[in-house]
Design a binder for this molecule. Structure first.
Ligand code: IPD
Length: 277
């Protein structure tokens, strides 16, 4: 067809698979681990290696495109999404899992034009599951069409969340109390798997009914947002309003009812914005 971004999507898939192979091999090897914003915010040489591989390959193929990537941002690059074609990349999502050999680790590549998300590619490197979503064309896992759950009632819901990097007492109090509120509302369960992108892929697959988090980043959200929306799901701000990719917070659900319910229940954990650093 005449999809202007078809080639970009194909290149993203190839790079995600290539990156996944490197991560899979590195998982069981000795690692150099450093910390970033907190003692629980980790980075390894593999994060840097994979980000450089992906970004340099894309720059060579698409020299006019812009890039937002996790480790370049940590090193001081600004996170700015303007109208240019922009790649939004998390080279290793679930770095803490990776460090511990907990086999839930992904590569995430999102792509936006005119500030609209066009496609997303997330590769579960250990279980070799490739998730893709293309705006207007559905989302898939290893070729199989994805569909979110239709659950609207919290008492029938399995919910996913992630902890985020802050571990000060006030943050932890709100984190735990948010879980407590959803469990008191009789959710079936709350799970923390250590990778925001793969948790969001479970949501897109209908394997969970909702996801919420404070303290994640645009590179955790960009690819997953397309995949979820194309699977029929909703991705919104924790206030209940529209998603703001740079706001470091999100609610995703199979239904608007479920997303709205969670927005009413949970309290805010304050993080800075990605575009204000
Ligand atoms: C992190 C993981 C973690 C989530 C954080 C993310 P990283 O990504 O997805 O589960 O709680 O918010 O930033 O640092 O492993 O790429």
């Amino acid at each position: 067809g005449d999809d202007p971004w078809e080639e970009c999507l194909e290149v993203a898939v190839q790079l995600a698979l290539q990156a996944g192979q490197i991560i899979r091999k590195a998982l069981t090897e000795e690692k150099q681990v450093s910390t970033k914003t907190s003692a629980a915010d980790l980075v390894t040489e593999t994060d840097h290696l994979v980000e450089n591989l992906i970004v340099s390959a894309l720059k060579e193929k698409f020299p006019s495109h812009r890039f937002i990537a996790e480790e370049a941002t940590a090193a001081g690059s600004k996170c700015i999404l303007n109208d240019s074609p922009t790649w939004i990349i998390d080279p290793v999502d679930g770095t803490c899992n990776f460090v511990h050999r907990f086999p839930t680790v992904a590569v995430s590549i999102g792509f936006a034009v005119n500030q609209e998300l066009e496609f997303g590619v997330i590769y579960h490197c250990i279980e070799e599951r490739l998730y893709t979503g293309r705006r207007g064309q559905g989302s898939y896992c290893n070729g199989k069409r994805l569909q979110v759950s239709k659950v609207t009632d919290i008492t029938k819901a399995l919910i996913l969340t992630e902890i985020g990097p802050k571990r000060d007492p006030d943050t932890l109090k709100v984190f735990v109390s948010n879980m407590e509120r959803l469990l008191k509302a009789q959710a079936h369960g709350v799970r923390v798997i250590g990778s925001a992108t793969l948790a969001l892929c479970h949501l897109a697959s209908g394997a969970a009914d909702a996801y919420y988090q404070f303290g994640l980043h645009c590179w955790d959200l960009a690819a997953a947002t397309v995949i979820i929306r194309e699977a029929g799901g909703v991705v919104i701000d924790t206030s209940g309003g529209p998603l703001d990719l740079m706001s470091c917070r999100v609610i995703a659900a199979g239904t608007q009812e479920m997303a709205s319910f969670i927005a009413q229940e949970i309290q805010t954990i304050h993080y800075g914005r990605d575009d204000e650093n």
